[in-house]
Design a protein around this ligand. Structure first.
Ligand code: NAP
Length: 616
């Protein structure tokens, strides 16, 4: 970066040499570090200007929980906004960071934190809080928010009359408990006497329009609340995006497929692929635990079918929230057509007045509704419930096409500029017709050399411990084992001394024991201390990973007592709660604790980042 690439708004108190010196100091910093520096220097400026002892910390902290969690005094807290986020997929983090950046641009101080890194007692010192939280499954909070909610809803929560706040709730209206976590926190803060700055905003999967207006309102309210005494920042805007900008969801990069191999047997019930991607250098930084987001177009045949059923013209121009594209373009690259969502069912029920369809939408029919969403695609519904559609209404009733996320199954420390993924191909029959998932199918059938639009979705809560002496227990049935391949590569490359215990579950040992040879090799080299497997369909009665945990409970408990870190990856709906229950049983049986004390034991592991789950 050089001085003439910077456009400085307002008065710039730096001469050419000063600007060049500054450039040379910050040239190699990544965006997170740059944001941190901007907040740090703003704080220094405020401190010097006022001669007070505090420095405002406008920290965007993903990987710096220790710094972020340091308690702040009331004077410090009252001069800045605290923006907390809790979300499993990264949407909450992205919105919180956008708010952090907008506040910076507005010259206001703010800190952006994962709620798991925030000591809840600090709330009594805060003046201004913005909370962005998602809800999962049937009303479950994101794992990151559990300790915060526990504190806030517990008996020891203190009154918060000094606090002003606003909540942005993220959710999926296909689930009956839509935005339950956001609602709970919003109501609880109100009960504790905090002042609601604006009504809670609830966003569906199509979150952008509502999130954007919430952000605007949040900046306006922060300006009103802090305007008088917040430190001003000098705003430095790069003239063009840096060549070093990291790939992101909004600016994905092309990666090249250099390996594509089926790793389940030919007669296995599912096709799972081991994919190898060549990365464009430093712009695609990832760490084991992160996911790769893949962006693909919808299958042409599926789009064609929708156009046929609605008799709409693909070249018709449709404008949504200021963006104009042809209908064909919207359906191909910008709207979900293989996954159903509630808005389409609602619009269809309105248009057709069909009682069956209305019935699916009733809260009492939640189970039936979920089943329909899983099995039907957009074209099935359009065929079964014919209606007249205008192109605008159709596009408006469909959710935006979301990237598909796959846990990275490798470590850069081992592989350099490569990332590996384990992808289960979504493929099933519905009424005699073959259905495929758009991303997994295209990846599975892609030839070497194919270029794929991708980015890294960071997951800082799912990382190997910094302390290489710690033991790791990794529970990953099916493709949930993917991140643990990356964890092991990383730990071995780092020369970590701690032990590794992998618990794997699959359907059949002979057909879908993913990465079997690698685990065997690691066992032989003593890099894996234990490997326990559960193959569910090799015998009459199902055997699952949690059965192995119970069987080896004594040893498991001993590892935990010895400071091991525990990880679970895979299915959120059934596996993760069942594994959690088994862990609790192990602690009850072998730790001699009550079920409540065992729950608290696990909660404490989660709080101290020794129990992390990556489940969806
Ligand atoms: P899968 O082959 O469908 O299942 C793996 C094994 O888990 C099978 O033996 C299966 O047994 C068993 N299983 C079923 N119900 C279980 C339960 N309640 N408790 C424990 N084990 C159970 O696995 P997959 O499709 O590859 O992946 C599983 C899920 O993990 C998918 O939903 C996928 O989306 C998710 N996933 C999430 C992440 C992430 O969050 N980062 C990464 C990868 C995969 P039966 O089928 O014989 O009952």
């Amino acid at each position: 970066m050089s001085a003439n690439r910077l456009a400085l708004t307002g008065l710039v108190p730096l001469d050419a040499d000063g600007a060049a010196h500054l450039d040379s100091l910050i040239a190699d910093l990544d965006p997170a570090a740059l944001l941190w520096v901007s907040g740090y220097t703003a704080g220094l400026a405020a401190e010097r200007a006022r001669g007070t002892a505090w420095a405002a910390r406008a920290a965007v902290a993903h990987d710096a929980p220790a710094a972020a969690a340091a308690p702040a005094s009331r004077a410090e807290s009252s001069a800045r906004a605290t923006i907390l986020y809790a979300s499993q997929t990264g949407n909450g983090r992205r919105i919180a960071e956008r708010l952090g950046r907008s506040l910076e641009v507005a010259g206001l101080a703010g800190q952006v934190l994962n709620v798991a890194d925030y000591p809840p007692r600090q709330l009594s010192q805060e003046r201004l809080l913005y909370l962005v939280t998602s809800t999962h499954g049937d009303g479950d909070p994101p794992d990151d928010a559990r300790a915060f909610i526990e504190h806030l809803t517990g008996r020891r929560a203190t009154r918060l009359e000094q606090l002003s706040y606003a909540v942005l709730a993220l959710g999926d209206s296909s689930y009956p408990q839509f935005c339950a976590t956001g609602r709970l926190l919003d109501l609880r803060l109100d009960e504790l006497g905090a002042r609601r700055l604006a009504p809670r905003v609830e966003c569906d999967v199509d979150l952008e329009p509502k999130a954007a207006s919430w952000l605007e309102q949040a900046v306006a309210s922060a300006r009103a609340e802090l305007g008088g005494d917040a430190p001003r920042l000098a705003i430095v805007t790069p003239l063009r995006p840096s060549a070093q900008a990291l790939a992101s969801r909004d600016a994905p990069l092309e990666v090249e497929l250099i390996g594509n191999q089926r790793i389940t047997a030919r007669d296995a019930t599912r096709d799972v692929r081991h994919l190898e991607l060549a990365l464009p250098g430093q712009r695609f930084e990832y760490q084991p635990g992160d996911a790769v987001g893949v962006l693909v177009d919808n299958p042409a045949a599926t789009v064609h079918r929708i156009l046929e059923l609605t008799r709409l013209d693909p070249s018709h121009a449709v404008t949504v929230e200021g963006t104009t594209r042809s209908l064909g373009h919207w359906l191909t690259g910008h709207r979900e057509v293989t996954r159903l969502a509630r808005p389409l069912l609602e619009r269809l029920a309105e248009r057709t007045g069909n009682d069956e369809l209305r019935g699916w939408l009733l809260p009492a029919q939640a189970g039936e509704f979920r089943r329909r969403l899983k099995e039907l695609q957009v074209a099935d519904l359009l065929k079964r419930f014919p209606a007249d559609w205008e192109a605008e209404a159709l596009v408006g009733a469909l959710h935006p096409l979301a990237p598909r996320l796959y846990s990275v199954a490798s470590s850069r420390r081992e592989l350099g500029d490569e990332a590996h993924l384990a992808v289960a191909v979504v493929e099933y029959a519905y009424q005699g017709e073959r259905r495929v998932g758009p991303a997994s199918w295209q990846l599975a059938t892609a030839a070497r050399g194919t270029r794929i639009k991708a980015y890294v979705e960071p997951n800082p809560r799912f990382r190997v411990p910094a302390d290489g002496h710690r033991d790791l227990i990794m529970i990953g049935p099916g493709t949930g084992v993917a991140p643990f391949r990356g964890f092991l590569q990383q730990r071995i490359a780092d020369g970590a001394r701690g032990r590794h215990w992998l618990v794997y579950g699959g359907r059949h040992r002979e057909r879908d024991f993913l990465y079997q040879l690698e685990w065997r090799d690691l066992l032989k080299r003593s890099k894996l201390a234990r490997l326990d497997v559960a193959f569910s369909r090799d015998q009459q009665d199902k055997v699952y990973v949690q059965d192995r945990l119970r069987e080896h409970g004594r040893e498991l408990y001993a590892w935990l007592e010895n400071g091991a870190h525990l990880y679970v990856c895979g299915d959120a709906e059934r596996m993760a709660p069942d594994v959690h229950a088994a862990l609790r049983d192990v602690i009850v049986t072998h730790g001699g604790r009550s079920p409540e004390a065992a729950n608290e034991y696990l909660a404490e592991l989660a709080r101290t980042r020794r129990y992390a789950r990556d489940v969806y």
